[in-house]
Design a protein around this ligand. Sequence first.
Ligand code: NAD
Ligand code: ZN
Ligand code: ZN
Length: 238
Amino acid sequence: LQSQHKVNISWIWFSDCVALCPVQDCIICMEQLSNPSSYETPPSEEGSQSIVPQAVGKFIKCGHTLHMLCMLAMYNNGTKDGSLQCPSCKTIYGEKTGTQPKGKMEIYSVAQSLPGHPDCGTIQIIYSIPPGIQGPEHPNPGQPFTCRGFPRFCFLPDNDKGRKVLELLKVAWMRRLIFTVGTSSTTGEHDTVVWNGIHHKTEMMSNMSGHGYPDPNYLDNVLSELASQGVTEDCLKP
Ligand code: NAD
Ligand code: ZN
Ligand code: ZN
């Protein structure tokens, strides 16, 4: 199956450094950059430049170096979502987007406090996603997907840190990162909408599932889960 996305990431996140770093290694294949990549040049699409095996690049932010063909092979082996993560230091380049189906994210404020956060009220998020047909980005394109347990109700403390998490969750929602279509690890059901690695607290006053309060580490944990998807405070700067 051919990807829908054209690969033109190389010209955006890399700077040429052929002359600058010949003795450094490629962080993907571990060969010296003065030796060519052992990946083959893919057949060039019309209008796109082809990459020669000698081409090397350098990540703009972290400065790690690699063969361009090794980079392309890594990109094509991944989710091809328009973003790339440096395999050495995990810095994310580009904007990672997910495969969350269309739906609605609503935010309400609740006066009652959460266990462990007695000094503030509560932010309630309600996610609604209706069932539909899987797109080309999903495991079984053209087949239906189900939605269990929707609308899903989630809770954050209405303090500074909780509000920051909320703003980042809005970014993650817009980037389609909160849910995905796949197999539920709880129920084993295939082709259903499931959480996508950014944990939410779905119980307000109880903690029967383990996804409730109190949990003193929760806000820090979810901030690092958001960061691992490329959603950080930088995304909130104008
Ligand atoms: P899943 O079982 O594939 O698990 C994916 C991730 O979600 C895991 O990291 C897991 O730790 C986390 N997770 C599992 N149960 C959770 C819960 N109750 N609240 C918050 N996070 C949870 O994911 P899934 O299939 O999307 O959800 C797990 C189950 O929870 C499903 O059976 C779903 O129907 C149910 N659920 C129900 C409601 C509801 O309001 N009825 C709300 C949320 C989840
Ligand atoms: Zn290489
Ligand atoms: Zn790096």
